[in-house]
Design a binder for this molecule. Sequence first.
Ligand SMILES: Nc1ncnc2c1ncn2[C@@H]1O[C@H](COP(=O)(O)OP(=O)(O)OP(=O)(O)O)[C@@H](O)[C@H]1O
Length: 308
Amino acid sequence: MQPAISISELSKVYDSGFTALHGIDLEIMNGEILALLGPNGAGKTTLISIICGLVNPTSGSVRVQGHDIIRDYRAARALIGLVPQELHVETFETVWDTVSYSRGLFGKKPNPALVERLLKDLSLWEKKDSKILQLSGGMKRRVMIAKALAHEPKILFLDEPTAGVDVELRKDMWNLVRRLREDGVTIILTTHYIEEAEEIADRVGVINKGRLIIVEEKAELMRKLGKKQLTVELNEALETLPETLGRYDLKLEGGGERIVYQYDTQGSRSGIGSLLADLNRAGISVKDIATEQSSLEDIFVNLVEESR
Ligand SMILES: Nc1ncnc2c1ncn2[C@@H]1O[C@H](COP(=O)(O)OP(=O)(O)OP(=O)(O)O)[C@@H](O)[C@H]1O
């Protein structure tokens, strides 16, 4: 099947001489939710802006459902909805008018039933006749989403959709994203909130300093790069670890009352069974044990540090 978006050797050098993207290759599949993670200034917005035709690439190519974003700009752009990071909505227009107008911009016939559904889905129905000026920041953000969806795009870009929004709006946004995916919409979002990627993404791409350092199924990423940790609470504090435990990667913490064991989630054997047997053999009495898995956040921080 043709990918929703196909990016090949894409680079961007701004007029200042700064290289914001270095040879990005990426295929985004139809119907997936891809989260792009990366520290400030990594190049996420630049990448999205190029795909959406707002910034010119320096070299490389991007195709949207097969349409080249430069040669076939209109066809490519018509398939895309973009919710930008910055809020810029017309202040004196009403919610209804601004959303309807956005649809018209793409040459689509008016569809009041669709606009009504969008406004209801985004909890904006009661505000349909309000001027944007009178809305709160969170509501303005909802308007931006309604505008981006008004022409029924097949691919939706959300640039930092939940930056600075309250918990309720964040949950609403996640639900909306899931619903759109059920309708077959491909969704690409950038986020600083790793929890967000963990919650809704199918795949996660990490960008650092203009390079895509990894792109992987979320579950696979967690499996490949995640570490697990076993904490063993002891009945009596130890001063040092016995030499017989030298073959394990152990740390003594909590004033000697806790042994922490790190193991690889990829290995077929965790070594927990033999560690506990060896502890027993060494006469160390165990009060409690707990395991913990590294989060996507730990993985992300490690990846970015490694690529410095
Ligand atoms: N018009 C421009 N001219 C020169 N440099 C720019 C321009 N726009 C962006 N940059 C630089 O390109 C780099 C990438 O910026 P970009 O906005 O793509 O990052 P980002 O990953 O979206 O960051 P954030 O998470 O902070 O939004 C930054 O160093 C930025 O300063």
